[in-house]
Design a protein around this ligand. Structure first.
Ligand code: NAP
Length: 281
C-alpha cells in the first residue's frame, strides 16, 4: 500500500485524487490518496504529518511549488530549472523533488499527434503554468516561440530566462488582438496559458478573429479543463483547427508522478487512455 496526498490552498476542487486514482487502479497498485489543505506557511506542520503518517509521496499545487524547495534533500534538474516542484517522493525520511508539468504537457500533445521538431509556437500568458511549458517546448525542438502577455514585462522576463539553442528564435509582446493575429498566422501551435475563459473567471477572449488566419493543421491547446470546451476551443473547432483542453496535460503530469512514486515503467499512451476513460468517459 502506498500513501499519497496532494496539498494546496485552495484544494477542494482538485482533480488530482481522480487522476492518480485512475492511474494507480489501472496499475493494480493499492493506495490511499488524500487532499490536504495546507495554507501558505504551513509546510513545517504538513511535513511532520508526512513523517507521522508515513506518507510515501505528495503532489503540490499553489502556493507550495517553490516554498518546498529548501526542504528537499534532492531536486531533479527539470524542477530546478523551473524553480518549482509538483511531485515529492519520500524515501527513508528524505524528500526528493521533481516537476512533471512541462513533460506532462509535451506528452499530452504527443499522444494527441503533435510533433515538436522545427515547429513554431505561440503562448498567451506568462504565469506559473507557462514557465515549465515554455522551457519544455524548447527542449522538445520548437524553433520559434512567442510569448504574449497582458503584462509584457512578465513575458520579457520569462524570455530572458529561456535557454535557446542556436537558430532558435524567441519573441514577446503584449497580448492583444493584433499581436495574436500577427504572431499566430504561421504558427503550428497556439497555447492559452492565461485564465481567460476559465470557469469562475469573469474574463474571456473578446476577439478570436486570429483563429481564422491560422494554418489549418495547427493545434490550439487550452490549459483550462473547466469548462471542458472553452470559447477559444469551440471557435478553433469551428475553424476546422485541432483543439485540445487541459485535461490531457493534467492526466499526463499525474501519470509521470505515479511513475516516480511506484517505480513502475509503463506505456504512457496506454496509461493515458485508461486514465482518461475513467475521468472523462
Ligand atoms: P497565474 O500564474 O496566475 O498566471 C495567470 C496568467 O493569466 C498571467 O499570464 C496573467 O497575465 C493572465 N491573465 C489573467 N487575467 C487576465 C486577463 N483578464 N486578460 C489577459 N490575461 C490575463 O496562473 P497559472 O498558474 O499560470 O494558470 C494559468 C491557467 O492555466 C489557468 O487557467 C489554470 O487553470 C491553467 N492550468 C492548467 C493546468 C493543467 O494541468 N491543465 C496546470 C496549471 C494551470 P498578467 O501576467 O498580465 O497578470
Amino acid at each position: 500500500m502506498i500513501k499519497l496526498a496532494v496539498i494546496g490552498d485552495p484544494i477542494e476542487h482538485s482533480l488530482s485524487p481522480s487522476v492518480h486514482g485512475a492511474v494507480l487502479d489501472a496499475l493494480g497498485v493499492s493506495y490511499t490518496y488524500q487532499k490536504v489543505r495546507v495554507k501558505k506557511g504551513g509546510l513545517d506542520s504538513f511535513l511532520r504529518y508526512v513523517e507521522d503518517e508515513k506518507i510515501d509521496g505528495f503532489n503540490l499545487t499553489m502556493p507550495h511549488k517553490t516554498d518546498i524547495i529548501p526542504y528537499l534533500s534532492y531536486i531533479d534538474g527539470e524542477a530546478e530549472r523551473y524553480g518549482a516542484v509538483n511531485t515529492v517522493e519520500v524515501r527513508n525520511g528524505k524528500l526528493y523533488g521533481y516537476n512533471t508539468d512541462g513533460r506532462g504537457f509535451a506528452e499530452a500533445l504527443r499522444i494527441n499527434g503533435f510533433s515538436f521538431v522545427n515547429k513554431s509556437a505561440v503562448i498567451a500568458g506568462a504565469g506559473g503554468a507557462v514557465r515549465p511549458i515554455a522551457m519544455r517546448l524548447l527542449s522538445e525542438g520548437i524553433i520559434r516561440l512567442t510569448i504574449l502577455n497582458r503584462t509584457p514585462e512578465k513575458a520579457a522576463k520569462l524570455c530572458r530566462e529561456l535557454e535557446t539553442a542556436e537558430g532558435v528564435k524567441i519573441f514577446y509582446d503584449t497580448l492583444e488582438p493584433n499581436t495574436l493575429s500577427r504572431y499566430t498566422a504561421d504558427c503550428d501551435l497556439f497555447i492559452n496559458g492565461t485564465s481567460l475563459g476559465m470557469e469562475g473567471v469573469n474574463a474571456d477572449f473578446t476577439d478570436l478573429y486570429f483563429l481564422k488566419k491560422m494554418k489549418k493543421d495547427a493545434l490550439v491547446s487550452d490549459l483550462i479543463y473547466r469548462p471542458a470546451r472553452t470559447k477559444l476551443l469551440k471557435y478553433a473547432e469551428a475553424e476546422g483547427l485541432r483543439a485540445l483542453n487541459g485535461l490531457s496535460m493534467l492526466i499526463c503530469q499525474g501519470i509521470l508522478s505515479d511513475r516516480i512514486y511506484t517505480g513502475i515503467d509503463f506505456d504512457m499512451k496506454k496509461m493515458f487512455e485508461a486514465a482518461k476513460e475513467k475521468i472523462a468517459p
